[in-house]
Design a protein around this ligand. Structure first.
Ligand code: TRP
Length: 366
């Protein structure tokens, strides 16, 4: 096992552009972790192979999303000198690890994985579940362990994946001896960030519902989406008392606003609690709250847009960042695969004792 290093591995499936839900739920925290200087190594993976497990017939979607996601990462402030950004499929060691881990997981355990269950329903796979999709928790355990990750910052929906990875680590280490590092999940600390709803108030942001605010949206796109956001349908006149539960505008304020924003854009209120009180009492109109949220979101997104524009002008640099990241990641994964094969006693040509041991066996036997 590695010498008590603190290592982060996380990633996203490249099936489209990333949105503010990703930002609140995980991306923002990754930048903070990167800049904390507390970690020896940070790996962020564009999980194209995992994305193919339920998009096998649409490889061009994945191909185009690689650069979208890379630009999203770079524009939020993931820095290629501090963080290794790489593409999953390039690290062939991960498939090899998955193949060995498959022997340590039962079919019934996979069936019980709540994330897989939910996703099967969502995708209407019913009985025609692709085997690759079904086993992706195993491949995700390979992703995590290949980099000896101690810390996996992800959204709450990924908790069962990390749990399953930990089980695989236990099983592997108990069968083959201590080899793999046990990962910890790291959830965002702000509750509202755990699951940001769509702008229409629906539980999940999804491209097909058209209810996402993307990190790459223009200022005007964002303003329009916020001004038409779902609030309290019973809050008809300004003087009516308003409800906060299920009120998307307030959920977004919970996730994104701070007291600095109030001082700057809405100094009549000291903080979000005061604003909420007024809304509940009545006398506070939705438009005013939405305008404030717009200011908050524009302040959050504007530096992201600026950085993105610079990178978009230099796609060759983005390409090189990915290429270099893949080389670095491949080395790390290869080192772990070497240890795994050694522990499993299948490193025949790397282990000099193999031949000696076999020679002895055969001379004894003859
Ligand atoms: N399953 C993750 C998602 O849906 C992506 C992912 C793949 C991942 N491998 C990972 C996340 C390893 C954390 C660690 O977004």
């Amino acid at each position: 096992m590695s010498e008590n290093k603190k290592i982060i591995l996380t990633g996203d499936r490249p099936t489209g552009k990333l949105h503010v839900g990703h930002f609140a739920g995980s991306l923002k925290q990754r930048v903070a972790l990167q800049d904390s200087g507390e970690f020896d190594q940070i790996f962020i993976m564009i999980a194209d192979a995992q994305a193919l497990t339920d998009n096998a017939d649409n490889p061009s979607k994945i191909r185009d999303s690689i650069m979208e996601v890379a630009l999203d990462y770079l524009s939020i402030g993931i820095h290629p000198e501090k963080t290794t950004i790489f593409i999953q499929s390039y690290i062939t060691e991960l498939t090899e690890l998955s193949f060995y881990y498959m022997n340590l997981v039962t079919v019934s355990r996979l069936q019980r994985n709540p994330t897989v269950k939910a996703e099967i329903q969502l995708r209407n796979f019913e009985t025609s579940i692709p085997v690759g999709f079904y086993t992706y928790p195993i491949s995700q355990a390979a992703d995590i362990t290949a980099f000896q990750a101690t810390t996996v910052p992800v959204g709450e929906d990924q908790a069962p994946m990390i749990e399953q990875a930990r089980e695989i680590v236990h099983k592997f280490n108990s069968v083959y001896g201590p080899t793999l590092v046990e990962p910890q999940i790291l959830l965002p600390d702000n509750k509202a960030c755990l699951r940001l709803p769509g702008t229409d108030g629906k539980a999940k942001m999804s491209k097909s519902l058209g209810n996402c605010i993307y990190l790459s949206d223009t200022e005007e796109d964002v303003r329009k989406k916020i001004m038409s956001m779902f609030t309290d349908p019973d809050h008809i006149r300004v003087q009516d008392p308003g409800k906060l539960e299920g009120n998307t505008v307030f959920t977004y304020l919970d996730a994104f606003s701070n007291t600095g924003h109030f001082a700057e854009y809405l100094p009549e209120y000291a903080n979000l609690d005061e604003l909420k009180e007024h809304y509940k009492r009545g006398g506070l109109g939705d438009v005013k709250v939405k305008k404030f949220l717009n200011n908050v979101m524009q302040e959050t997104l504007s530096p992201i847009r600026t950085r993105r524009a610079a990178y978009e002008k230099d796609m060759e640099q983005v390409y090189e960042i990915l290429r270099n990241g893949c080389v670095t990641a491949k080395k790390a994964a290869a080192a772990t695969l070497g240890k795994v094969k050694h522990a499993m006693k299948i490193d025949y040509f790397e282990d000099v004792s193999f031949l000696q041991e076999q020679k002895k066996r055969f001379s004894q036997e003859s």
